[in-house]
Ligand binder design. Structure first.
Ligand code: NAI
Length: 252
């Protein structure tokens, strides 16, 4: 007996590190899963790797209203319901001080990490007719400043506001809304950030991040998926409007 038997889940950023680990875990627990991502190639790759009859995918740019509508239409057409929404797509932008930060990259980060979360909540949650659970991926950068990551930090703080309002607005519909705040995760996003911060010696950046974590290592994507499963399942049925940190003690 799985913890998500017959539940239908949408996972945005579903072809990335955290998204894919979560898709695998949800499928193992009996859910039907739609992974949504901007990269068709990555979605095709993920589908081959996961190889499960209850998995389908949808090419979506979360910053576009029409794409969010398409994602909802796809899910309802295939499964006729939505119970779980993991609002997880995100980009890191670049590492530069506020004074130097390129305006176009700022706009991109806002579009994906903030507008994407807003539009997802706007278009998906009202279609969760039988109640359900929404998880938004924020970050430790949603609870603390990190120099150089101004745009990213701003968006990851802002989604806490969306989460709190959505938790209150949709509580009467028995829909719970929470944020997840990973520390540095051992996947492609951190590889890009390490290179961006220390192009000549990414290992040095990695060591710096690890040193900032009392457990002395990055979080694994699967460990974020474990938190997503807890929040998606009935094990957390009275938990809404809360922040959930998975960071090996980084923020302590
Ligand atoms: P990732 O880079 O492996 O995955 C992100 C996915 O989002 C990619 O597959 C990408 O194609 C997709 N994506 C980007 N723009 C999109 C758009 N406009 N529409 C749809 N999909 C889009 O990184 P990861 O770690 O799996 O990231 C997932 C979430 O976790 C993000 O919100 C990220 O900010 C957050 N996070 C990641 C941390 C890390 O260290 N990797 C730490 C804290 C938070």
């Amino acid at each position: 007996m799985g913890r998500l038997n017959d539940k239908v889940a949408i996972i945005t950023g579903g072809a990335g590190g955290i998204g894919m680990a979560t898709a695998k875990l949800f499928l193992d627990q009996g859910a039907k899963v739609v992974i949504a991502d901007i990269s068709k190639e990555a979605l095709e790759q993920a589908s081959i790797e996961i190889n499960h009859e209850n998995l389908s995918y949808c090419v979506v740019d979360v910053s576009k209203p029409k794409d969010n509508e398409k994602m909802v239409a796809h899910t309802l057409e295939v499964h006729n319901r939505i119970d779980i929404f993991f609002v997880n797509a995100g980009i890191e932008g670049t590492s530069m001080s506020i004074a130097e930060y390129p305006n176009d990259i700022f706009d991109q980060v806002i579009d994906v990490n903030l507008k994407g979360v807003w539009l997802g909540c706007k278009y998906v949650i009202p279609k969760m007719k039988a109640g359900g659970s929404v998880m938004i991926t924020s970050s430790v950068a949603g609870l603390k400043g990190f120099p150089g990551l101004g745009a990213y930090v701003a968006t990851k703080h802002a989604v806490i506001g969306i989460m709190r309002v959505a938790a209150l607005e949709f509580a009467p519909n028995k829909i719970r809304v929470n944020t997840i705040h990973p520390g540095p995760v051992n996947n492609e996003m951190m590889r890009r950030i390490e290179k961006d911060i220390s192009p000549k010696n990414p290992q040095e950046a990695l060591k710096g991040f690890e040193a900032a974590v009392p457990f002395g290592r990055y979080v694994e994507s699967r460990e974020i998926a474990d938190m997503a499963l807890f929040l998606a399942s009935d094990d957390s049925k009275m938990i809404t409007g809360c922040i959930h940190v998975v960071d090996g003690g980084m923020l302590v």
